[in-house]
Design a protein around this ligand. Structure first.
Ligand code: PLP
Length: 387
């Protein structure tokens, strides 16, 4: 299926891969302790700071994003530490659970699914608990497509000299502005198969100076994810364990592509796809699920008489387009369309047209052929008028 030219991968990760990056992935293997690879690693570790918008070092770990989330926790926390976890979906739940697993004393702020956390709720809880060691938040809660107010949360956390602001930016860093240093983020993790437009297998993370004050004495068990080993190895021009040669070489190409077009343009293109999906989702009869929608993924509530899981499956089996459904309480109620990765305009037009046909398949009264044809024409025009 994935070898066909008419297949569209429009999930919020993994994402479709740029042809130039695919070429890099097909190169013959080289050893990671070679001058050739050393050069690539050095270049990547320098260039990547531009995307993180930080002066701090960035680390590349061979793990999925969740491994990077774990690395942020175990390197900064000790058992018994008080942690405020913002939970508004699956990934917030996972991080709160992980922190509890490592012995943190977790205070949870639950925001309803589809909503962003209220900054004042975090402010109040921090006032009552000034001994909080870390505030945990997703930049984009991928399960609900909500963007949390990271800049505002960073401002509040900065007022507490011993409280760290840790951000899971796996579907945000590289998709929209999230300047780590300027926003007072103390630990941040990105993921290769999401905004970094690579296959799964790398987590990318960085710590602020403030976080480094706590790293030496953190008592949570850490071995593979001990960032001190990685820091030392990176300073010597290597990674501590075997380098992920294939993905780091591919990351080099991604970073080159980003630097050629500029971060602004990357963010613009993703924003444009999100805008397009929100506008044409509404025209097709969906409504927006997220009240503060992220640009990296859009969640659309399906018409009440329909089942989102069936829409997702039909779109894949009949039209060769992969999007995602909802999880848990959103299961069947929403579909999610990803905007990260290598996506071309003709895929967006086809998405609108095929979603129209899919809705018609389940309810021919809901969607006429004429309506599908009109919306598809409008979609083409919109993309031409909004480059
Ligand atoms: C995908 C995702 C994760 C988990 O990443 P894995 O690579 O599957 O471990 C964590 N947080 C967010 C916000 C995500 O979107």
């Amino acid at each position: 299926m994935a070898t066909q030219d008419d297949y569209s991968l429009l999930a919020p990760g993994p994402v479709n891969i740029h042809p130039e990056v695919r070429k890099a992935l097909a190169l013959p293997m080289i050893h990671h302790r070679t001058p050739e690879f050393d050069k690539i690693l050095k270049k990547v570790l320098t260039q990547i700071k531009t995307v993180f918008q930080t002066e701090q070092d960035v680390y590349l770990l061979t793990s999925t994003g969740s491994g990077g989330m774990e690395a942020l926790l175990v390197n900064t926390l000790s058992p018994g530490d008080k942690v405020i976890a913002i939970v508004s979906g699956k990934f917030g739940e996972r991080w709160a659970d992980m922190a509890a697993h490592f012995g943190a004393s977790v205070l949870t702020i639950n925001a309803p699914w589809g909503e962003a956390v209220k900054v004042s709720d975090v402010e109040e809880l921090l006032q009552k608990n000034p001994d909080t060691r870390a505030v945990l938040c997703q930049a984009c809660e991928t399960s609900t497509a909500v963007a949390h107010p990271i800049e505002a949360l960073g401002k509040i956390t900065q007022k507490y000299p011993d409280t760290l602001f840790l951000v899971d930016a796996i579907t945000a860093l590289g998709a929209y502005p999230l300047p780590m240093d300027a926003w007072g983020i103390d630990g941040i993790v990105a993921g290769s198969q999401k905004a970094f437009m690579l296959p799964t297998g790398l987590s990318l993370l960085s710590f602020s100076k403030k976080a480094w004050r706590f790293i030496p004495d953190a008592k949570c068990p850490r071995y593979y994810f001990d960032i001190r080993k990685e820091k030392k190895a990176n300073a010597a021009g290597e990674t501590f364990y075997s380098s992920n040669v294939a993905l780091i070489r591919a990351l080099d190409v991604v970073l080159t592509l980003i630097s050629q077009q500029g971060l602004e343009k990357l963010f613009h293109d993703i924003h444009r796809r999100a805008e397009f999906t929100r506008i044409f989702g509404l025209k097709l009869g969906f409504t927006l699920y997220a009240q503060s929608p992220s640009n990296s993924v859009t969640a659309l509530l399906v018409p009440p008489q329909m089942d989102g899981q069936k829409i997702r499956l039909h779109l894949e089996e009949v039209h060769n387009i992969t999007i995602m459904g909802g999880q848990d309480q959103a299961k069947g109620r929403i579909i999610r369309v990803g905007h990260m990765g290598y996506i071309q305009d003709h895929e967006l037009i086809r998405l609108v047209e095929c979603l129209g046909h899919t809705l018609r398949h389940f309810d021919s009264d809901f969607m006429s052929l004429e309506h599908i044809s009109n919306i598809t024409t409008e979609a083409k025009n919109w993309l031409e008028q909004n480059p």
